[in-house]
Design a protein around this ligand. Structure first.
Ligand code: UD1
Length: 430
């Protein structure tokens, strides 16, 4: 099994190309099930989660053609992928495929909208809480679907004549359930209004693509989304937006290790709240023509308190990385996790490097230390694993991160991107 070895102490200097967003690419790929025409997506990142979804879509009858090309001088490797689902050949998403990645459950929306039925295994994914699917079931029921759970599967059927427009207010903000309901409603008969919808940039990106395919969606990116149903969707070409979590992760890595790095091809508006926290911690972040420049000014890292919230608040997907940064602050900081109930598994691994963190319910208290010391650590989930890399960059000696497959689910060519900026990071295979 692969491991990553980091020799800490080097500053980061140079350019890091930011990839297309994993969390946008996945729903966009799933949207290809809604039409018999070709959907072409540009800037699709090369990640284990994307490869897994390609297998799942293939099982439903989606033909996939991939073109890869080096895009810029810094060799951002952007893939253009053509998806064509002439006919849905299988409406079952089986356990052995869905259990590897939670987002694959989302095929339920397009399958139901296009062919009126879906049998989808209850999902797996990161072990960061119970992550139920009640909001998906309730949302699709509001469109007239009949939803039953049987033998670990959700059996969904649309009424004769297809889904019908409906009004649904989410009792809790859910990114996935908003994606699914929005996709399903595009082909429903009549108008759907979704309230308390997720406002993440990836929701607006999916709506933009669906509208290019002929859907009539307004309000995506706000908490009220209105979808006027149409009878069919057609093909389109769409570019996946930049990955705001990857952007924030490298910005925090620079704040931690020090240096001067341009994050190429990304936008501040995607993560204002996290960038403010990074600035308060002592780094300078400025927008440039090519992206964002992050410089850490040699001073110590300041303690900053953050609370994770749905967008536009501080993202839960940057919580572990920010905690790694705070382990070196010059005081005490607090991080409160409000989205997932079990998302502090990195705490005990950071402690192995010398961090002083105590937990009380959903709040972590981090007492900054003057230095971390390298050690073997275990990646526990996708974002937690990269927090260990950030800590390793500033630790004395070698940090070995085991179970790197978590990292490969969501970070494209991480060791190459960091090495090009002067870090000593290498992948070790047994
Ligand atoms: C998405 C992101 C993930 C991110 C998360 C929160 C993708 C592929 N993944 O995950 O990286 O961490 O948003 O920003 O985009 N919930 C319910 N019932 C449901 C659905 C969700 O109670 O039916 C709860 C969850 O357990 C969680 C909260 O709602 O506590 C938010 O989850 P949700 O926004 O749905 O996360 P995902 O879409 O799975």
């Amino acid at each position: 099994m692969d491991r990553i070895r980091i020799r800490g102490g080097n500053k980061l200097n140079g350019v890091i190309p930011i990839s297309g967003a994993k969390n946008a690419a996945l729903p966009l790929m799933i949207a290809s099930l809604l039409t018999s025409d070709t959907l072409t997506l540009e800037n699709v990142p090369h990640l284990a989660d994307v490869e897994q979804l390609l297998r799942i879509l293939g099982n439903h009858g989606v033909d996939v053609a991939v073109n890869g090309r080096r895009e810029s001088q810094t060799e951002s490797y952007s893939r253009t992928i053509h998806f064509t689902c002439r006919t849905v050949v299988d409406t079952t998403a089986p356990y052995d495929l869905v259990s590897k990645m939670r987002a694959s459950f989302w095929v339920i929306g397009p399958l139901l909208a296009r062919v009126g039925q879906a049998r989808v295994s209850l999902p797996g994914g990161c072990a960061i809480g119970t992550r139920p699917v009640d909001l998906f079931l309730d949302g699709l029921q509001a469109l007239g679907a009949n939803m039953e759970i049987d033998g670990g599967y959700v059996n969904a059927t649309a009424p004769t004549g297809g889904l019908v427009g409906g009004h649904y207010t989410f009792p809790k903000v859910s990114v996935g359930a908003t994606h699914v309901m929005m996709m399903a409603a595009t082909l429903a008969d009549g108008t759907t209004v979704i309230e308390n919808a997720a406002r993440e940039p990836e929701i607006a990106d999916l709506a933009k693509c669906l509208n290019a395919m002929g859907a009539k969606i307004s309000g995506a990116g706000t908490s009220t989304i209105t979808i006027e149903g149409v009878t069919s969707l057609h093909g389109a070409r769409h570019r996946v937006l930049p990955d705001r979590i990857e952007t924030g992760t490298y910005a925090m890595a620079v704040a931690m290790a020090g240096g001067d790095v341009t994050l190429e091809g990304t936008e501040a508006a995607l993560l204002d709240n996290a960038l403010d926290a990074i600035r308060m911690a002592g780094a300078t972040v400025s927008e440039t023509e090519s992206g964002l420049r992050v410089v850490r000014n040699g001073n110590g890292i300041q303690p900053v308190d953050v609370v994770t919230e749905p967008f536009p608040g501080f993202p839960t997907d940057l919580q572990a990385q920010f905690m790694a940064l705070m382990t070196r602050s010059s005081g005490v900081s607090h991080i409160t996790e409000t989205i997932f109930e079990n998302r502090f598994m990195h705490v005990q691994e950071l402690a192995r490097l010398g961090a002083r963190i105590s937990l009380s319910g959903q709040m972590a208290r981090i007492e900054g230390v003057s230095g971390l010391k390298g050690a073997p650590v275990m990646a526990t989930d996708l974002r937690a694993s990269v927090s260990l890399v950030i800590a390793g960059l500033a630790a004395e000696g070698d940090t070995i991160v085991n179970r790197v497959y978590h990292l490969d689910r969501g970070f494209e060519r991480l060791e190459e991107k960091l090495t090009r900026c002067g870090a000593e990071v290498e992948r070790v295979s047994d």
